[in-house]
Design a protein around this ligand. Sequence first.
Ligand code: SF4
Length: 177
Amino acid sequence: MSKLKLATVWLDGCSGCHMSFLDMDERLLELAELVDVVYSPIVDAKDFPDSVDIALVEGAVASVDDEKKIKKIRAHSKMLIAIGDCAITGNVPAMRNPIGREAILDRAYFENATIQAQIPCVVVPELLKVVRPIHEFVKVDVYLPGCPPSADTFHTALTALITGEPLDIPALTRFGA
Ligand code: SF4
């Protein structure tokens, strides 16, 4: 069997889902027999490839940059998996929604600034008015909840998806797990 192309993406999340993915430890070596990691914070690829078989996406959509990225990822991925509660519901990043973007920016860049109080307009992407889960922008094929999903969950789910075995996600994980 030829190897599948796997991408992992980090939008607005804490990287905890990626840390849990890495917690598969030696099972990552088994996984490496089945997939090539073609794009990820843990490899050096700078641009999302033209064709990916499985894209794992951590984090919510919080900025103009995130929105562009998730649309590009969807266009170039056969299967898109939302990993973790932030990607699926907004979770922690969405806690800013009731406060409002302007109040958050004021707090960060004016009230707490001791010098050069200003909202950055270069390098730092512009925040969207509200943080939203990724399915509000693109079609999601598989939802893998948890904060974060455990390493066992990643291992079982990925193995099943790669080999085409049945996958019972509620038996593996839940929101807040
Ligand atoms: S779901 Fe939890 S662990 Fe994953 S990015 Fe969000 S806060 Fe971090």
